[in-house]
Design a protein around this ligand. Structure first.
Ligand code: HEM
Length: 511
C-alpha cells in the first residue's frame, strides 16, 4: 500500500510537471510569435485554459520578460549609462521587442517602446502605473514629496495636480494667447537686431519660453542678461536632470545645495507676490489662483489640505517643465528646416495665402495644415522629453500579457514609439507631409506629451506656444545655414530633454 501511495504521488508530480512544461512552452511560443500584440493573440493560441490559469497565477504563469543578459552585481546598469539613451533603448527594442526588462540592483526597469504598450500602461491601466520611483534625495528635492512631477501617486498628489491644473486653465483662458504673442514679438525684435550675422538662437528661445511661464506664474518677465534669470535657469537646469533618473543611486548623489538656492529664489518671489497681492490685487496669475485656493474651506471633493509648500512646488514644476522643452523644440524645428528648405517655403506660402498680412491666431491652426504637420513631425522625430519621466507600478499588474510586479519602474520610451517601423514608414526621415491628407500617418501613435494620469500638465500651454512661436518666426524670417556645408547635426544630446547640438543660423527678415 505505501508503495502504491508513493507511485501515485510520483505520478501526480510527474503529471503536474508535464502540465507546467506545456503551459510554459505555450506561453513562450505565444510570446515569440506575437511580440507586442501578444496579449490578445495569446488568448487564441494558448487556449482558454492557459488564459484563465494566467489570470489566477499571473506571477508564475506569465512568460518572463525578455531583456539583455544580466551581469553579476551590475545587472544591466551599464545599459543606462550609454550616450543618447533613447537611441540605445530603441536599438535594444529592435532586439528584444516593444517591451523588455533591465535589472538594476533590486529594481526591475521595464522599457516600453511602442505606442500600443505605452497606451496600455499609461492610459488603459493608468492607476496601476501612475507612481513615481521613491528616493531619499527625490523627497528633499520635491519638497517632501510635494512636487507634482516627482511626487508619488496619492490622494494628496491628485488634489495638488487638480488644483494646479484648474489654476492653469483659468489663467490660460484669460491671458495665454496674449502672453505668447507678446513674447513672440519681442523675440522678433531680438532676431532683427542680429542683422543677418550667424547666431546660436538657443538662449533666445529659452528666454522667450521662460518668460511665458514666469508671466503666467508670477506676472514677471526678464531680459536675457538679467542676473536673476541666469541664477534661476542655472539651478533649474540641473534639477531637471532628476526627472530622468530611474534609479535611486543617481538621485541620491544629487547636489542638494542647488535645491536650497532654487527654493530661496522661488520663496522670495512668493513672498514678494503675497505682499503685492495685498497692495495691488491678485492680477490673475497661476500663483494667485493657487494661493486663493489654499484659503478656501475644504469641500466634499477636496479631502486633503494643501499648504504653501504645494504652491511653491507647483511653481517649480511649471518653471522646470515649461522652459527647456519648448525652447528645445524650437531649436529642432529650425535645425530640420535648414535641412529641408522647401518645407520652410511651403509653410511660408501657406501663412501668406491664408493670413494675408496679419499674424496668426491659435484658432487659425486648422486652416494651416502645413504648419500643423511640421509641428507634429518635429514632435515625432525629436520628442523633447524622449523617455518621459519614469513611472512606478503602484500594484501588481500586467502589460502586453507580461506580469509586472508592484514597484517595477516603467520607462515609456516615446522616442522608440515615434521611430517604430511597424507604425511609421521611413521612421528616421523628416517628412512633415506624412501628416497631410493622404500621408497615412496616425496621430494616435504620436505621444509626445505622454498620457493618462501623468499626461504633461502643460500640454495645452505647450501646443499654443509651439504653434504661435513657429507661425510668427516663419512668417517674419527665413532661416538659412550659417555657411556652406554647415548644416546642423541632427543626432542631438539626450538627457531628460533631447536637445539639438549647438548650431548657428542666419536669420533673414522676410520682405
Ligand atoms: C514641447 C513641449 C512639451 C513636451 C513635449 C512635454 C512633454 C512632457 C512629458 C512627456 C511628460 C512626462 C509624462 C509622464 O510622466 O509620462 C511631461 C510632464 C510634465 N510636464 Fe511637460 N512637456 C512640454 C511642455 C511643458 C510645459 C510648457 C509645461 C508647463 C507649463 C510642462 C509641465 C509639465 C509637468 C508639470 C509635468 C509633470 C506631470 C506629472 O508628473 O503629473 N510641460 N511633459
Amino acid at each position: 500500500m505505501p508503495g502504491y501511495v508513493t507511485m501515485a504521488g510520483v505520478g501526480a508530480v510527474l503529471i503536474l510537471f508535464v502540465l507546467w512544461m506545456v503551459l510554459v512552452y505555450y506561453s513562450r511560443r505565444t510570446h515569440r510569435q506575437t511580440d507586442h500584440k501578444l496579449f490578445s493573440q495569446s488568448k487564441a493560441v494558448g487556449s482558454g485554459l492557459l488564459f484563465s490559469l494566467r489570470q489566477f497565477f499571473p506571477r508564475f504563469l506569465s512568460p518572463s520578460l525578455p531583456g539583455p543578459l544580466s551581469l553579476p552585481f551590475l545587472g544591466n546598469m551599464l545599459e543606462l549609462t550609454r550616450d543618447h539613451l533613447p537611441n540605445h533603448l530603441t536599438s535594444l527594442a529592435q532586439r528584444y521587442g516593444s517591451i523588455y526588462r533591465l535589472n538594476c540592483g533590486n529594481t526591475t526597469i521595464v522599457v516600453l517602446s511602442s505606442a500600443e504598450t505605452i497606451r496600455e500602461a499609461l492610459v488603459k491601466k493608468w492607476s496601476d502605473f501612475a507612481g513615481r520611483p521613491h528616493s531619499y534625495t527625490g523627497d528633499i528635492v520635491s519638497g517632501g514629496g510635494c512636487s507634482i512631477s516627482l511626487g508619488d501617486y496619492s490622494e494628496e498628489w491628485r488634489t495638488h495636480r487638480r488644483l494646479a491644473h484648474s489654476a492653469l486653465q483659468r489663467c490660460c483662458a484669460q491671458s495665454l494667447h496674449s502672453v505668447i504673442e507678446r513674447q513672440a514679438l519681442s523675440l522678433r525684435q531680438v532676431l532683427l537686431g542680429y542683422n543677418e550675422t550667424p547666431v546660436d538662437l538657443s538662449e533666445d528661445f529659452t528666454v522667450a519660453a521662460s518668460n511665458v511661464i514666469t508671466t503666467l506664474v508670477f506676472g514677471k518677465e526678464y531680459e536675457k542678461t538679467s542676473a536673476e534669470l541666469q541664477r534661476l535657469h542655472g539651478c533649474l537646469n540641473e534639477i531637471v536632470s532628476l526627472w530622468g533618473s530611474p534609479w535611486i543611486s543617481a538621485l541620491d548623489t544629487f547636489p542638494l545645495l542647488r535645491v536650497a538656492r532654487r527654493d530661496d529664489i522661488i520663496r522670495s518671489h512668493l513672498q514678494e507676490y503675497k505682499v503685492q497681492c495685498h497692495t495691488e490685487g491678485t492680477g490673475g496669475t497661476i500663483t494667485a489662483s493657487l494661493l486663493q485656493s489654499l484659503d478656501q474651506p475644504l469641500g466634499v471633493t477636496k479631502k486633503v489640505a494643501l499648504t504653501e509648500t504645494h504652491v511653491h512646488m507647483a511653481t517649480v514644476d511649471l518653471l522646470i517643465g515649461g522652459t527647456e522643452t519648448t525652447a528645445a523644440w524650437l531649436c529642432w524645428t529650425v535645425a530640420f528646416l535648414l535641412h529641408r528648405p522647401e518645407v520652410q517655403s511651403r509653410v511660408y506660402t501657406e501663412l501668406c495665402t491664408v493670413l494675408d498680412t496679419r499674424y496668426p491666431q491659435y484658432s487659425d491652426r486648422l486652416r494651416l495644415p502645413c504648419l500643423s504637420a511640421l509641428i507634429s513631425e518635429v514632435l515625432r522625430l525629436r520628442p523633447v522629453a524622449p523617455l518621459a519621466v519614469p513611472h512606478r507600478a503602484t500594484r501588481d499588474s500586467s502589460i502586453a500579457g507580461y506580469f509586472i510586479p508592484k514597484d517595477t519602474i516603467v520607462i515609456p520610451n516615446l522616442y522608440g514609439a515615434h521611430h517604430d517601423p511597424a507604425v511609421w514608414t521611413d521612421p528616421n526621415t523628416f517628412k512633415p507631409e506624412r501628416f497631410l491628407d493622404g500621408g497615412m500617418a496616425s496621430t494616435r501613435a504620436l505621444l509626445p506629451f505622454g498620457g493618462g494620469a501623468r499626461l504633461c500638465l502643460g500640454e495645452s500651454i505647450a501646443k499654443m506656444e509651439l504653434f504661435l512661436f513657429a507661425a510668427y518666426l516663419l512668417r517674419d524670417f527665413q532661416f538659412l545655414p550659417s555657411g556652406k556645408d554647415s548644416l546642423p547635426d541632427l543626432t542631438g544630446i539626450a538627457s531628460v530633454v533631447l536637445k539639438a547640438k549647438p548650431f548657428q543660423v542666419i536669420v533673414r527678415p522676410r520682405p
